[in-house]
Design a protein around this ligand. Structure first.
Ligand code: FAD
Length: 379
């Protein structure tokens, strides 16, 4: 990949931070299913948490390429910690593209300070891939909305200061009635959380169901207009999916680095296993696939940075789908290169393989990405 001097300096800064703060806790937060709260101020001071916030609102004015670079670099050590970089995409993008200037002035300077955690709540127990089937309702009552319903899976939900929550504001079925609201769970009455999900991987990022019981939300927290929610969520997802692709590339690269080092040092039949062609060809395939995924992710990021929405949408699905399928394969092969030692927690590749699986599921499953891609092809 070609990166500018400035981008490379940005990446070097993250690499140093990862060595110092992320790598030492990567296994421990997985083992203890612990949210690494200590990273929030560290990322905030580096401008990583709030990477998307424009300068006009006091932020670092990053772009999609930089968010991808940050997430890739951090995911080489920990996918859970990578999610914290540019965490606010799904909060900031609806405001930037569909909110009012007044809303941007109200929320973005707070997020720009680099201490706010945000989350997004779209999915429900009965509405996963079929977003239009959501049943959480927001009913207008004077100068506020009253929200009732249940959300599922919310990543960082119980540590978030703000949640962009999607609810139906009308009676039509499908997408036209979905609206986006900014919820402040620590301040608003009627918001409660269920127990943390017990996950296969990504154990350093908490996931919780959210219960909404007559939650009164001021009308000025409706993002833009009623009925714009689905469009807002799709634009945000187009800008977030490539960053999941970047996490996947980082995971693949991290697992490959471990596999290469191990293959050079592990001896069987009186020689390093790296001397066996069976191992060499596996490593060669892993490298090819990872480079191809990386190229697709940054091609997509460049379309996003140019504001080329037509090209971004299918590329975002391709980048997320291809990179996450690649990471699943490469991390599984890395476990194979390490043999029995790959299957135990003494080496990070078993964690990376568990983490890789989620990238094929969240932000729209890889089946749904293929639905989106084929829809673009056949339109
Ligand atoms: C750890 C984790 C974190 C998450 N974080 C968040 C979050 O922060 N906020 C949020 O809103 N959501 C979040 N999600 C939800 C996630 O986006 C959904 O799990 C995902 O969209 C799939 O929905 P589902 O799990 O209900 O599966 P379903 O939609 O029930 O799908 C089940 C299977 O059917 C397939 N399928 C469904 N429809 C089709 C179709 N049309 N064609 C072909 N195959 C299809 C799917 O691909 C899948 O294999 C998270 C999920 C997980 C597991």
């Amino acid at each position: 990949m070609y990166f500018t001097e400035e981008q490379l300096a940005f990446r070097d800064g993250i690499r140093r931070m990862v060595e110092r703060h992320v790598a030492p806790i990567a296994a421990e937060i997985d083992e203890n299913r612990r949210f690494p709260a200590e990273l929030v101020p560290i990322y905030g001071d580096m401008g990583l948490l709030q990477l998307w916030v424009p300068e006009k609102y006091g932020g670092p004015e990053g772009n999609l390429t930089l968010v991808c670079m940050a997430r890739e670099e951090i995911a080489r050590a920990s996918a859970s910690c990578a999610l914290l970089a540019g965490i606010n995409t799904m909060f900031i993008m609806p405001l930037m593209h569909f909110g009012t200037e007044e809303q941007r002035q109200r929320f973005l300077p707070i997020v720009a300070k680099g201490r706010s955690m945000t989350a997004v709540a779209i999915s429900e127990p009965e509405a996963g891939s079929d977003v239009g089937a959501m049943s959480t309702r927001a009913v207008k009552d004077g100068d506020s909305y009253v929200i009732n319903g249940k959300k599922q899976w919310c990543t960082f939900g119980d540590v978030a200061d703000y949640i962009t929550l999607y609810a139906k504001t009308g009676n039509r079925s499908g997408f036209d009635d979905i609206s986006a609201f900014i919820i402040e769970p620590k301040k608003m009455k009627g918001v409660t959380f269920g127990r943390h999900e017990r996950k296969m991987g990504y154990r350093g990022s908490p996931n919780v169901p959210i219960y909404l019981d007559n939650v009164r939300v001021p009308a000025e927290n409706l993002v833009g207009e009623e009925g714009m929610g689905f469009k807002a969520s799709m634009r945000s997802l187009d800008l977030n999916r490539p960053t999941i692709g970047a996490v996947a590339v980082g995971l693949a690269q991290g697992a490959m680095d471990v596999a290469i080092a191990y293959a050079k040092q592990r001896r069987q039949f009186k020689r390093a296993i790296a001397e066996f062609q069976g191992i060499q060809f596996m490593l060669a395939d892993m490298a090819m696939q990872t480079e191809a995924a990386r190229a697709l992710v940054y091609e997509c990021a460049s379309a996003g940075d140019r504001g080329d929405w037509e090209r971004l949408s299918p590329l975002a699905s391709m980048a997320k789908c291809f990179a996450s399928d690649t990471a699943m394969k490469v991390t599984t092969d890395a476990v194979q290169v390490l043999g029995g030692y790959g299957y135990v927690q003494d080496f990070p590749v078993e964690r990376m393989m568990r983490d890789a699986k989620l990238n094929q599921i969240f932000e729209g499953t890889n089946q749904i990405q293929r639905v989106i891609i084929s829809r673009h092809l056949l339109a």
